[in-house]
Design a binder for this molecule. Structure first.
Ligand SMILES: *Cc1c(COP(=O)(O)O)cnc(C)c1O
Length: 400
């Protein structure tokens, strides 16, 4: 007679598993197991060789990451994407998985701050050549292309200056030269822009932002169009250990359920807030892609087709003193340098995301002491506008 030690109450060390019964849980279970108990060595072979599906070790794959990845795949019209520990992990997987020492990468000069640092400092340290150029101009991109150019990394709408890249022009250039184009779709999200439909080869996301949407997880996503590239991304993620936490994946999946609703409401709020800001004394300019006064309004209309998103930037007169007055007059609004939260957040790039730049370098891209970026959330628009009017009045008073 054999004894099932797992059901022997004196054997506390052996796991028992959840009691089974009729009825399946409606909510996706959170699977924190790092290791999986497999039936035999033959079965291990079968799983590693892809003849059977299954999990073995969580750094390589786990169900909560896969479930989240399948949902983002569906939103992007992609297949086989992977979820990793952060947006930067997604970009790192791309660079380390798809490039070799000696390859050259071109990036937009207004990429997310840490992406820029990666381009300027870290990739060169590892033997990759990089150039950062103005991606509103295909000529600037063309001038930077070398025989070794492998990849071009773009964001559709730049942060915090809200410029719109010439995606069509750059993809056309890249096509004829066999260069891959990667789009960081964090800002635009698949509701605003679907990179594969525009000819991109790779999509990356900081899931941390709008997709998860509650400022309580750090995650990234990366997918490539070809199976060969996807295998390289997965291998890089597994080897460099870019793994996502199951709990973060579980929270992000929950966040996604309301993504469409949050996005639509935040976008509607953003357009109205942009208009209200433009009517305030002391506001020098407002940047929102849907506005006729936007510097790239024609390109924005073509690429975004009216899905202008939730990000608004604006500039008040009066320098740092006015900026302090504005923030202090809105004590209930989180003054926090993040974006994509369900609630509105305000940031001051000069003292946060772009503080590492010289004042001259900031001025060159229009980031002055009076420049603010708003990640618009889903609150009642009337109270939000009232808060910003109070802030703008306080700034205008200081500015004189
Ligand atoms: C935040 C952000 C990233 C980095 O994402 P993390 O999840 O913070 O690592 C990359 N690109 C853009 C556009 C971002 O806003």
């Amino acid at each position: 007679m054999t004894t099932d030690h797992r059901n022997d109450p004196s054997t506390l060390i052996r796991r028992m598993g959840l009691p089974a019964g009729q009825g399946r849980p409606v909510v996706s279970p959170l699977q924190t197991s790092v290791v999986y108990d497999v039936e035999s060595p033959d079965m291990l072979d079968a799983i590693y060789e892809g003849r059977e599906s299954g999990y073995i070790y969580a750094r390589e794959a786990h169900p909560n990451a896969d479930l989240l990845a399948r949902r983002i795949d569906a939103m992007e019209g992609a297949e086989g994407g992977i979820v990793v520990g952060s947006g930067m992990a997604a970009i790192a997987a791309m660079a380390m998985g798809l490039c070799n020492a000696g390859d050259h990468i071109i990036g937009g000069d207004q990429l997310y701050g840490k992406s820029l640092k990666l381009m300027r400092e870290d990739l060169p340290r590892l033997g990759l050549e990089t150039s950062v150029v103005d991606v509103s101009s295909p000529d600037a991109v063309e001038a930077a292309i070398r025989p070794e150019t492998k990849l071009i990394l773009l964001e559709v709408v730049s942060n915090p200056t809200i410029r719109v890249a010439d995606i069509a022009g750059i993809i056309a250039l890249a096509r004829t030269r066999g260069i891959k184009v990667a789009i960081d779709n964090t800002f635009t999200t698949p509701r605003g822009f679907r990179p594969f439909e525009h000819g991109a080869d790779i999509i990356v996301h900081s899931v941390t932002k709008l997709l998860a949407g509650h400022s309580d997880v750090t995650l990234g996503y990366v997918v490539a169009k070809t199976g060969e590239d996807r295998a390289k991304l997965l291998a890089a993620s597994q080897t460099f250990g870019l793994t996502a936490s199951p709990f973060d994946c579980w929270l992000a999946e929950r966040g996604l359920f309301s993504f469409d609703l949050r996005y639509d409401r935040a976008e509607e709020n953003a357009a109205r807030l942009a208009q209200a800001l433009s009517e305030q004394a002391g506001v020098l300019r407002v940047l929102y892609p849907g506005r006729a006064d936007h510097p790239d309004s024609a390109r924005a209309a073509e690429l975004l087709a009216g899905r202008n998103g939730n990000m608004v930037s604006f500039e008040v007169a009066g320098g740092r003193d006015a900026a302090n007055a504005l923030v202090r007059a809105m004590p209930d609004l989180p003054f926090a340098p993040t974006l994509g939260d369900v609630g509105t957040t305000l940031s001051h790039p000069c003292t946060s995301s772009h503080r590492g730049l010289t004042p001259e370098a900031r001025a060159a891209i229009g980031i002055t002491e009076g420049f603010f970026r708003v990640s618009v959330g889903v609150e009642s628009i009337d109270s939000l506008i009232a808060e910003f009017i109070a802030g703008c009045h306080a700034a205008a008073q200081v500015a004189g």
